[in-house]
Design a protein around this ligand. Structure first.
Ligand code: GLA
Length: 369
């Protein structure tokens, strides 16, 4: 072959290699089996130095490896090594809770004049759809470009919720970001609220607490809670409170302040009213870890963001022999506000036949020198 032709062949191979680098590599394997013998699959999404593993049980993010400022990769989400502990898990590690993420007061709500009773799994309240919610279901996965899409059909009356709800959660890894797109349709009027419940520790899971990580939240207001962690209905200004994260502040800087809201939740466990326009993808939060240089940017179309500092983690036996303690991770759960079905002034979470619920959240990974 003439050397000039060889040059073109080399160029072609380089372009092909670049092309394949631009598309995340997605592989599928078996993670385990539920007690009734249902196979649980794990999908590995790899794009450059970032690798995400996501399983069909609870549509959960199992691991998320990202580089630090020196290019050293670590897994930055809490979780377990095997399926068994997920089957008895109360932390919601990495999951997509549903049909209604977060709390519904007294586990009941009224829709079209009819009262619906849900499962009480948090005192008198229903949390994350109840004890048999979406985080405990085996979703059906299929590989899509750059990722995986999970589907769950929740029958009419499932855990007390009306209507057959068909939900899809699509995870894609592209441009140093994990994108999560949620969609759902129903055959009867119902309510829906989906989120992702990953616990992050930007220094790496099991590396201690997250109190030194710097948080910014794009919210002027938050929804204060009562003793049952149910919003009082108020949209209170963050100004002058430990909830003012409009400028980057260490998560632990005010967590032990003598503040009623922090006492009620044993740390942060409140919903922020995001300043972004609902329905438009905009920056909700940013976390910078001075230690590793990792930066997490959260963008969403959702109106709210639950900031939770792992207040109920007490010696959870996690991955790689690590034991997770209180504040060993934080969750930034993009969502509609808690208890919206009972709070007429909150943005509506109703979904009617013919409508499609659609929300998106992006977790973007950067490094700071
Ligand atoms: C959510 C809630 C918390 C807690 C966790 C799960 O983040 O807001 O109060 O229940 O889920 O432990």
């Amino acid at each position: 072959m003439h050397w000039r032709n060889l040059r073109y062949v080399c160029l072609l191979f380089t372009l092909l290699a670049m092309g394949s680098q631009m598309e995340a590599k997605v592989t599928e394997s078996v993670f385990g089996k539920t007690p009734d013998g249902t196979a649980v699959d794990v999908y590995t999404l790899q794009d450059g130095a970032i690798t995400a593993r996501i399983m069909s049980y609870g549509a959960r993010v199992l691991s998320l490896e990202t580089p630090d400022r020196n290019g050293k990769v670590a897994d930055i989400v809490l979780g377990y090594d095997t399926l068994a502990p997920y089957l008895h898990d109360s932390t919601y590690f990495g999951s997509v809770p549903g049909r209604y993420a977060n709390r519904i007061a007294n586990a009941e709500f009224t829709l079209d004049g009819k009262q619906y009773h849900l499962i009480k799994n948090d005192g008198q309240n229903s949390l994350h759809g109840g004890s048999h919610g979406f985080a405990t279901k085996v979703w059906k996965g299929r590989i899509v470009p750059h990722g995986v899409e999970f589907t769950l059909v929740s029958p009419d009356g499932d855990s007390g919720y009306p209507g057959t709800l068909t939900a899809h959660v699509r995870y894609t890894l592209e441009h140093n970001a994990l994108k999560i797109e949620y969609s759902a349709t129903t055959d009867k009027d119902t309510v829906v609220n989906l989120t992702n419940h990953s616990y992050f520790n930007l220094s790496g899971e099991g590396s201690g607490n997250i109190l030194g990580e710097l948080l910014t939240v794009n919210a002027d207001r938050y929804t204060p809670i009562d003793a049952g962690l149910i919003p009082t209905g108020q949209l209170a200004p963050v100004a002058g409170t430990p909830f003012d994260f409009r400028k980057a502040t260490a998560i632990g800087a005010r967590i032990n302040d003598d503040n009623e809201q922090l006492h009620l939740a044993h740390g942060y466990d409140q919903n922020f009213v995001l300043n972004g326009k609902p329905g438009t993808l905009s920056e909700a939060a940013r976390v910078v870890d001075p230690n590793s240089g990792r930066v997490l940017v959260v963008k969403t179309t959702q109106p709210g963001l639950q900031f939770y500092t792992g207040n109920f983690l007490f010696g959870v036996k996690g991955k790689n022999g690590h034991v997770y303690q209180r504040h060993g991770g934080f969750a930034l759960e993009t969502q509609h506000f808690p208890d919206s079905p009972n709070q007429p002034k909150f943005p509506s979470t109703e979904l009617k036949p013919g409508q499609t619920y659609h929300e998106a959240t992006v977790f973007e990974f950067q490094v700071e020198r």
